[in-house]
Design a binder for this molecule. Structure first.
Ligand code: 7TS
Length: 412
């Protein structure tokens, strides 16, 4: 007889993987509800980076030394782990960057610069992080192009009724986040990509908040570009990924020039490597890439379906508990949400809320979350945001709600 695998995580055991959770914070247990800012790093990842740096390190793709070849193997194995994790057709289409921000800048500065001209349009969603706005504004300014915006409703869902009319013959690229870092909205990116492709427009998906919570299959999505950061996926900072469709990457000019990315250099002419090295000038973040590979192993060991089920439970519980607090308004009420809960409380400034919660040992983020156009859309300067991960518990959400009630008590 086969048994259905249980979808529960052993959270008590998982918490032991995070040394940071065992260190008192303001003399209290740390309650980390800020994984949308950056995930905590499990010990397995720290140990892998430390082992690499202690025993395996030298530069990669350089020379015939066994040490360099082995470091190169570990580095390329990590690339293959990323490929498999997002189901890209080939590891050559996985480009290491510093993070989502750099991945998007790379696309804007190479694909964008070669494809976008005066009078052309760049279509972005109303809920983008600044890193999927500002690189396009810089490009639009340089080229005399125009940014257009897909609007959203009061629940924080994109209004896609007029998508076809926003996709004009001048649209050169559509940029959309898979999950909003402020509202938690999970956008229907597969449908958006299908409709953009029907009009011949390529799509860049910002996966910074998607990849930690949802199984991602770039082939099934048919994404043209997919960007994410290692540090939001329990990996190290300083490493990120750009996936791109092969034909597009091959046609794109290099971005930064330097060592490693060339085939030959003379004073007259330089020729460049193929993918992915063409976009990886200089010494890469080797330990961080290997650490990201270890983070993927760790996440896969827990199981994305289990992670999603646990986080879904936490979000539902937090939403219900917070909704019962008088004077608390949740910003972002989309039908499909990942584990992000933003709110405003009476007329108390989120910075005050964040500071008081901090003294209770509860880490949340207060501010505009690098998404000022989202704040403007909702007519607010800032929100307080709690974001949940696989190591959080319902008890921590109870503590959050008690903390919120304490804030109200202080400001009465
Ligand atoms: N895109 C989204 C949707 C994000 O949430 C972030 C970071 C980025 C891009 C940029 O990622 P980076 O790793 O290149 O910095 N979001 C947040 C946040 O919500 N709070 O702090 C950073």
């Amino acid at each position: 007889m086969t048994t259905t695998p249980t979808l529960t995580l052993d959270v008590a055991r998982i918490r032991q993987d995070f040394p940071e959770l065992s260190v008192p914070f303001h003399d209290k247990p740390l309650i980390y509800l800020d994984s949308a800012v950056s995930g905590l790093t499990p010990k397995a990842v720290v140990d892998r980076v430390s082992h690499y740096q202690s025993f395996e390190h030298t530069n990669v793709h350089r020379g015939v030394s066994t040490l360099s070849q082995e470091a190169t193997d570990r580095f390329e194995e990590a690339r293959e782990k990323v490929r498999a994790f997002i189901n890209a057709p080939s590891a050559a289409q996985i480009i290491w960057t510093r993070g989502t921000t750099e991945s998007i800048n790379l696309v804007a500065q190479t694909f964008g610069r070669s494809k976008v001209g005066a009078g052309d349009e760049i279509l972005l969603s109303a809920m983008e992080h600044h890193s999927n706005i500002v690189p396009w504004q810089l490009l639009a300014e340089e080229k005399g192009a125009k940014i257009r915006v897909i609007p959203m409703n009061d629940d924080g869902e994109l209004i896609l009724d007029d998508l076809e009319s926003l996709l004009t013959e001048r649209t050169r690229i559509l940029g959309v986040t898979q999950v909003s870092n402020v509202l938690g909205t999970i956008n229907p990116v597969k449908e958006i990509i299908r409709r953009a492709h029907a009009k011949g427009v390529p799509v860049l998906v910002d996966g910074a908040q998607g990849v930690p919570h949802l199984p991602v299959d770039v082939t099934d999505l048919d994404a043209d570009f997919y960007a994410f950061s290692g540090h939001k996926l329990s990996g190290p900072t300083g490493i990120g990924v750009l996936y791109g469709r092969r034909e597009l990457l091959e046609a794109m000019p290099p971005w930064q020039g330097g060592g490693s990315m060339i085939l030959s250099v003379t004073w007259e002419k330089t020729t460049f490597c193929g993918l992915p090295t063409k976009f990886e000038a200089g010494t890469p973040a080797i330990a961080q890439a290997i650490g990201l590979g270890a983070a993927i192993d760790y996440i896969q060991g827990l199981g994305l379906a289990r992670i999603a089920a646990h986080e879904h439970d936490l979000l539902a519980y937090a939403t219900e508990r917070c909704a019962s607090v008088p004077g608390l308004r949740i910003i972002g009420q989309a039908k499909h949400k990942a584990s992000v809960l933003s709110f405003v409380l009476d007329d108390i400034h989120p910075h005050d809320i964040g500071s008081i919660l901090d003294h209770e040992g509860i880490v949340v983020r207060a501010g505009h979350h690098c998404a000022q156009p989202v704040m403007a859309r909702f007519g607010i300067p800032a929100t307080t945001r709690a974001s949940f991960a696989y190591f959080n518990t319902r008890e921590e959400i109870d503590a959050l709600v008690s903390g919120i009630l304490k804030v109200q008590e202080i400001f009465k």
